[in-house]
Design a protein around this ligand. Sequence first.
Ligand code: PLP
Ligand code: COI
Length: 360
Amino acid sequence: MTPTLPFTRTPNPQPATPERVAEVLAKPGFGQHFTDHMVTIRYSREHGWHDARVEPYSPITLDPSAMVLHYGQAIFEGLKAYRQPDGSIASFRPEANAERFRASARRIAMPELPDELFLESIKELVSIDSRWVPAADEESLYLRPFMISTEAGLGVRPASEYLYVLIASPAGSYFAGGIKPVTVWLSTEYVRAAPGGTGAAKFAGNYAASLVAQAQAAAEGCDQVVWLDAVERRWVEEMGGMNLFFVFGDRIVTPELSGALLPGITRDSLLQLAVDLGCTVEERRISTEEWEKKAESGELTEVFACGTAAVITPVGHVKHAGGTFSISGGATGSVTSRLRSALTSLQRGASDSHGWMSTL
Ligand code: PLP
Ligand code: COI
């Protein structure tokens, strides 16, 4: 175990005024506003992880030849801090994010940040910026840890220097429309990830590669893209920032982890919460033909997407090159609502039988 590093703390000399914080928290949106501080930790091959700091939120200076700007070594995570009924602050399964951050680092040939440092960075930032954690039910403080290569030079190889940064942003609903069913576009022209590729890593390039398809989905009048497998373009994988679940009465199916989709922590948690609610769960392949056929026959009763940012969002309508179809008339189903409420109440202090909450 790597001992955690001492953090140098430099408070922001010009923090936001209480009025400004109140104004942001009244209508946080998603990813628009940032707290007063950030955490940075540096890595070099020579010194390992060092120079841990809590400092004012500010721009980062990079050499124009910094390798991340050319060859894209960049990974990130997303998790939230929730205000608890007694006023304390807790996060949901942060050790799972720490582990996934290391898995992403390995795939992109970056150094692994020890879990202790990842978790400590969250405690440091939430403690100094605690006034930015909203108290309203659908709101939280979204935490965004990320790592980039900073070594200067144009050789194509893993860099020898990296910067880990943690920033935080008060968050409300991810979708502008709030919690109402979304319409999705089945992408057959573009793929997000291929076998052997980077799809299971939270790697910035995956998101860059998705943007043109997201624009296509928007042009088709849809909210989000659904990614299909790269080879047959027929097996459902996931959405842009969410995993997908299919509900057949009290039987719940989610695409199996093929290596090309992100192993979502919400996905993993819902597989357990669904069992707690008396459902049976299955991780297997599901095709677009099965989706359409069973939506039309009524056997498929609900579809929803899930992730840290979007929580649980019902999928009401599906559009593809050959037409459109709906799931249960586009309404939000009861399994979706029950799972959403089981998850969000647990995150806000209801009984935590799985031991998922960590007080910060
Ligand atoms: N899939 C992708 C591509 C994502 O970016 C995310 C968000 O992190 C998810 C799925 C859901 O993962 P999690 O539930 O861990 O937030
Ligand atoms: C998250 O849910 O944390 C995500 O990363 C989704 C998106 C904002 C990229």
